[in-house]
Design a binder for this molecule. Structure first.
Ligand code: FES
Length: 82
């Protein structure tokens, strides 16, 4: 199971991390991969100054937006599933 953890610590929350969390959840549903990928909220990763932080397994992605969430999903998450 791959895990996408989206920081909901206060700095990331203020920058819209819930929208990013929901975007990842919607992408997982759209692609029908909910049996392979879990999307979960997470606490501060210590990268608060760098925008919304997302961790995919052990890799951190900084400064995430809803658009880059889609990018990370298509370019990083999906290829690892096949
Ligand atoms: S609040 Fe998200 S990295 Fe600190």
């Amino acid at each position: 199971m791959m895990t996408i953890s989206v920081c909901i610590g206060s700095a990331c929350h203020k920058r819209g991390s819930y929208a990013i969390l929901n975007r990842f959840k919607a992408l997982v549903e759209e692609k029908g991969v909910s049996d392979k990928v879990s999307v979960t909220p997470a606490f501060c990763f210590g990268e608060c100054k760098n925008g919304v932080t997302v961790k995919v397994d052990d890799k951190l992605f900084l400064g995430m937006t809803e658009e880059s969430a889609e990018d990370v999903f298509n370019r990083y998450v999906l290829p690892k599933l096949s």
